[in-house]
Design a protein around this ligand. Structure first.
Ligand code: ADP
Length: 538
């Protein structure tokens, strides 16, 4: 016997329709890529999203057509989040930090016919346009009087919106229909597309704003520094809208000074971003002797949050760090390390230690660790194995891609190695491909990095396994120093000596000007391994 409840289909447009009615006066503040700050409400955003949906119809976009964006976190990009998916088309957010060849590949692979771009990306599109045979329209998201000269036939977003009717009936359709598309950055091989549905996006948004996760509500002022061009800015535009939070969008300004200005001016309470962004902000605050007085919580994910960063936010800014883990294939939220009774019962030092773990799965996501044979391992905080996940917002395959090798018995293999403790806390030991195999034992490059970054002279560091004649691999520590500081190999090793076990100690420390990153800001360790492969064998 079925339950006798309405079979309402979950849809992205319903989130904005809700905010338009219930949180209509709540603000969205956006830094425009062409300069200046734009400010409006959910009610206005609803109106402009309907106008944008009419623009799409005018441009010939039909249900399930892919519509691409190359854009920063702005109100216009936000409107497209709802207009494109809400009208039944698929929003394909493109990461402008990918190599041009990768951008060409994914635009053609997704068969995008319409592309919305911010003004900074016009030169990029001009350079690659002749390799995009399917593209019919390019819409520049800029004020009318700021339209640049271009060899391309560019449409102006604001002009199209002005001419479009405010009347639009959001269509209803099967909640399993595709809504958005995001490609993983593909550090090896071509990028792979993850195709989210309305259902997965709405459930992910509801779960991630819950109190046990990010706790986003009408009283929150949220600044997603995570880009809207990668994994939908961790789903924040949907979650913040559902919760009726004030949403602050930083545009292209991700440096410390620009972020500080926005945070203090708008009294932001919740920040979300990757560790490198916070390094810049913390350094700026230190230099200028400033505090982030309005900030209550900082969500850190994408790469491991080092303890020194967790402490700096807590002790200098009275801001609690919520460490989170996820990936493109998970929409992206998997685990969140928010405050709970257990954490509250710990001493401050124990709490810091717990905060370096990536947290517990939010309800809806199941996680497990398995050994090389696929046998599930104990949740004792010690056994480590490949981390696998399943749930309604986990990908079941890649877009137009046959390979199913990352899936096993209904579980997705994340490629991460982790432990899970008795309280359910997951700790990422390493990416499986980055773990250092020394004399049959494993060394976590992340753990060593997190300790080394705690030295005040270290701005950034990377630990990689390098071939060694006796031990297979040994760790090499590469350090970027803070400006105006100095440090020797011996001083670095001395600092590490009472913090890690002896056989984890890097055999060599090298000082470098900068470290290579992936387009999503993670350390590009493959490149470092290639570059330094002979260090221990020469
Ligand atoms: P891509 O860079 O290919 O787009 P994702 O953005 O999907 O990849 O990144 C997912 C990976 O990032 C995870 O599998 C994990 O290795 C790493 N990651 C994400 N959050 C954390 C975290 N809090 N701590 C450590 N690693 C993390």
């Amino acid at each position: 016997m079925h339950g006798l409840m309405m079979d309402t289909q979950l849809s992205i447009s319903s989130i904005l329709r809700h905010a338009e009615k219930v949180h209509q006066h709540c603000e969205i503040v956006s830094r425009k890529p062409e300069g200046g700050v734009f400010r409006y409400t959910y009610k206005d955003a609803g109106r402009r999203a309907r106008q944008a949906a009419n623009v799409l119809t005018r441009l010939g976009v039909k249900q399930q057509d892919r519509v691409a964006t190359l854009a920063w976190n702005t109100h216009r990009h936000y409107e497209l989040y709802f207009a494109v998916s809400g009208s039944g088309a698929v929003l394909h957010t493109v990461n402008p930090r990918l190599f041009p060849e990768q951008i060409i590949y994914i635009l053609n692979h997704a068969e995008d016919e319409v592309l919305f771009v911010d003004i900074q990306f016009v030169p990029l599109i001009e350079a690659i346009h002749d390799q995009l045979p399917l593209l019919k329209h390019i819409v520049l998201m800029v004020d009318k009087d700021k339209m640049p000269e271009s060899k391309l036939d560019l449409l102006c977003y604001e002009e199209l919106i002005d001419a479009a009717s405010e009347e639009y009936e959001w269509p209803s359709f099967d909640e399993n229909m595709a809504a958005t598309l995001c490609y993983t950055s593909g550090t090896t091989g071509n990028p792979k597309g993850v195709l989210y549905s309305h259902r997965s996006t709405v459930i992910h948004a509801l779960a991630s704003v819950s109190n046990d996760a990010l706790g986003v509500c009408n009283q929150s002022v949220v600044l997603p520094v995570v880009p809207m061009f990668h994994v939908n800015a961790w789903g924040v535009p949907y979650g913040a809208t559902a919760g009726g939070a004030k949403l602050v969008l930083p545009g292209a300004g991700m440096d410390g000074a620009s972020l500080y200005e926005l945070i203090s001016g708008e009294e932001v309470s919740l920040l979300l971003g990757v560790p490198t962004v916070w390094l810049g902000l913390l350094q700026y605050c230190d230099q200028e002797k400033l505090t982030l007085s309005s900030v209550e919580e900082v969500v850190i994910g994408g790469s491991a949050a080092p303890m020194s960063m967790i402490k700096a936010f807590q002790e200098k800014h009275d801001a609690f760090v919520i460490h989170a883990w996820g990936m493109t294939e998970l929409s992206p939220m998997g685990t969140v390390n928010s405050m709970n009774n257990y954490m509250a019962s710990l001493s401050q030092e124990e709490r810091y230690k717990l905060q370096t773990k990536q947290g517990r799965p939010i309800y809806g996501i199941e996680i497990r660790i398995v050994d090389a044979e696929g046998k599930e391992l104990l949740q004792d905080g010690k056994a480590f194995g490949r981390l696998q996940v399943r749930g309604p917002w986990v990908a079941s395959s890649y877009y137009k891609h046959e390979d199913q090798s990352d899936w096993e018995d209904g579980w997705f293999d994340t490629g991460d190695v982790a432990t899970i403790d008795e309280h359910g806390y997951m700790n990422i030991v390493d990416r499986a491909k980055d773990v250092i195999k020394s004399g049959g034992e494993w060394i976590s490059s992340i753990d060593v990095e997190n300790i080394a970054i705690g030295h005040e002279a270290v701005a950034e560091c990377a630990v990689v396994g390098v071939p060694h004649p006796k031990w297979d691999e040994r760790p090499l520590l590469l350090v970027v120093l803070n400006p105006g500081t100095s440090l020797t190999k011996e001083e670095m090793l001395e600092y590490l000596s009472d913090k890690i076990v002896k056989w984890w100690m890097p055999d060599e420390v090298m000082f470098v000007e900068e470290l290579p990153h992936t387009p999503t800001g993670k350390l590009l360790k493959r490149e470092l391994r290639d570059q330094y492969q002979d260090v221990y064998t020469q």
